[in-house]
Ligand binder design. Structure first.
Ligand code: 9NY
Ligand code: NDP
Length: 515
């Protein structure tokens, strides 16, 4: 019997960010391994015209939850969606709901965050720092609380090369930042943002670091732990391989490469691609929840959930395997054939952006205009290149994360728990994982049918022929123009033609002799 699964039995669990990528997988695993848990409270806001109930209904009826329904048929009775907007004071939770949460909650998993790299400092602080502070305040009023698990990121201290499982201080106190954002106007905030974030690449990593400081400062007597995953990718094993449902991290770029939009990227092939499957992160999170509640460590422990020092893979290998998978399983209606290489200097990157990305987009838009349609490719390409430029920071360097606490936890688990809540990435086969990831992107994110693969292959063949035709036409036009303008080019052309003629005559003569 799994001790961790048994621990969550009968518990009331509060999850923030349950509608997000990681939150859904966390809920799924909890229901599947501990179907006798009491209730999962999720803090949800209405979104995209959907009510809370509609959002929950959609999640429970998705493919991800198919297995859950078998082991926990009354899952919809055990999930309680509570209206909450983390941007509001007290999260806008009603008095009755707040009372219930305060009196019943046993465990909190705080996953909600803004993960956008380009968010304004005001919004990123509100969600990643102030909301964390408010949630801790709520947690401190919960008499039955056993553990508070905060999800951060391994990149919260990406300004360092070697990162230990400790909370690093930021030069400006989170409280001072929160206070000053209240009275500063947006223009001034935009101006001081680069100075505040310093050598971090974006407001996301900076505010996640501030969030950790808040956790440390407000922890009081609570049992708190922080988990720092690196780049979270599709599921490795559970509930099935390759599940993914958003474009964050590599997923969006995998699509862009598969559709032939992204053909070059400024990345260092030997840099470590520290990807971690989402089910691995969830398994560690649940194990940490159990350990923190049962063993009550004296201080707030930080757990790195990374792959680099157990089972490293680099961007070169990953890119190669992504492209190899597209040979077997192409995406439908590609713009160009998938092909991508890594460039490492700025000049080559600019050149590739102009020639391999912008020029084809402009030509395609010209074609759309000619055929009476609305041009859209240049806009899409500009957005893609902006996204890629934001990712460059993470694909051109390697980090080293120490993992003492994660290894300590692994050794504390029973063999059964090590199996059911496996977070040992040494067992991960990268080639298999990447293939499943690409397949998952096609099936679950793009919702493409496997029956369409022969047609997709046919389409790629047509694109190859168009590519050859286009190149030949381009060469002939260029050559024709050159001949018209330069005596030297004409001489070279006549020399080549007469050489070919002589060669063919010789060949014909020698074959006649043989007969
Ligand atoms: C050698 C061999 C050869 C091989 C060759 C090569 C092989 C092939 C290469 C293949 C690639 C292989 C790996 C590559 C490296 C991966 C690096 C990952 C690093 C991640 C580090 C993470 C570290 C930290 C981890 C963490 O701790 S946190 C999680 C990370 N957080 C994020 O990943 C948020 C990012 N996102 C945003 O920051 C916002 O999204 C924003 C982008 C500003 C847009 O923002 P905006 O344009 O305003 O608006 P949106 O509405 O958001 O999107 C507007 C439009 O862009 C679309 N779109 C949104 N996203 C993405 C996205 N990603 N990728 C693509 N498209 C995207 C969206 O569909 C919409 O399209 P549309 O509907 O217009 O058609
Ligand atoms: N994905 C990754 O690569 C990594 C993620 N992390 C961390 O893991 C955690 C989960 O990330 P992930 O699941 O990928 O992120 P997602 O963007 O998929 O999910 C974010 C969640 O936060 C919720 N949320 C955002 N704003 C609000 C708000 N104002 N009120 C209520 N809820 C809100 C979202 O709700 P809604 O659906 O309503 O928008 C969603 O449920 C985050 O803390 C992130 O920093 C760490 C390392 C890597």
């Amino acid at each position: 019997m799994s001790m961790i699964a048994a621990f969550y039995g009968g518990k009331s669990i509060l999850i923030t960010g349950a509608t997000g990528f990681m939150g859904k997988v966390l809920m799924e695993k909890l229901f599947r391994t501990s179907p006798d848990l009491k209730v999962i409270y999720i803090l949800v806001r209405p979104k995209a015209g959907q009510t809370l109930q509609q959002r929950v209904f959609q999640i429970l009826n998705s493919k991800l939850f198919e297995k859950v329904k078998e082991v926990c048929p009354n899952v919809h009775e055990k999930i309680r969606a509570i209206y909450a907007d983390l941007n509001q004071n007290d999260f806008g939770i009603s008095k009755e709901d707040m009372q219930e949460l305060l009196s019943c909650t046993n465990i909190i998993f705080h996953c909600a965050a803004t993960v956008r790299f380009d968010d304004t400092l005001r919004h990123a602080v509100q969600l990643n720092v102030t909301a964390t502070q408010q949630l801790l305040l709520m947690a401190s009023q919960m008499p039955k609380l056993e553990a508070f698990i905060h999800i951060s990121t391994a990149f919260s201290n990406c300004n360092l090369k070697h990162i230990d499982e400790v909370i690093y201080p930021c030069p400006v106190e989170p409280k001072k930042i929160i206070d000053s954002l209240e009275w500063l106007d947006d223009a001034i905030i935009d101006e001081i943002t680069p100075k505040l974030i310093g050598d971090r690449p974006n407001t996301y990593t900076y505010t996640k670091a501030l969030g950790e400081m808040v956790v440390q400062q407000e922890s009081g007597n609570m049992n708190i732990a922080i988990i720092r995953p690196s780049i979270v990718g599709a599921t490795w094993q559970e509930p099935f391989p390759g599940w993914v449902d958003n474009l964050n991290g590599p997923s969006g770029l995998i699509i862009a490469a598969g559709k032939g939009f992204l053909r070059a990227i400024k990345a260092t092939p030997m840099a470590v691609a520290d990807l971690i499957p989402v089910d691995t992160v969830v398994n560690l999170t649940l194990a940490v929840g159990w350990y923190t509640a049962v063993h009550r460590p004296k201080s707030t422990l930080v757990y790195h959930c990374t792959s680099g020092n157990f089972n490293p893979c680099n961007w070169g290998k990953m890119g190669f395997q992504i492209l190899a998978t597209f040979e077997k399983i192409p995406l439908e209606r590609a713009f160009r054939r998938p092909y991508a290489d890594f460039t490492t200097n700025n000049f080559t990157t600019q050149y590739r952006n102009a020639v391999s990305h912008r020029a084809p987009a402009i030509i395609y838009d010209f074609y759309l205009r000619l055929t009476g349609r609305k041009p859209r490719m240049t806009k899409l390409m500009n957005r893609l290149l902006r996204t890629v430029s934001m990712m460059e920071y993470f694909v051109n360097q390697s980090w080293e994360w120490s993992t003492y606490n994660t290894e300590m936890l692994m050794s504390e688990l029973s063999p059964e728990d090590q199996r059911v809540f496996n977070f040992d990435v040494r067992q991960l086969n990268w080639l298999e994982y990447i293939e499943n990831y690409v397949l998952g992107v096609k099936k679950y994110l793009l919702k493409e049918d496997m029956a369409g693969i022969p047609e997709a292959k046919q389409h790629l063949k047509r694109l190859r022929n168009i590519h050859y035709l286009f190149n030949t036409a381009l060469f002939l036009i260029a050559w024709r123009l050159l001949i018209a303008r330069s005596q030297m080019a004409r001489n070279v052309w006549f020399f080549i033609v007469s050489f070919c003629y002589k060669f063919l005559s010789y060949f014909r003569a020698s074959s006649t002799l043989k007969v």
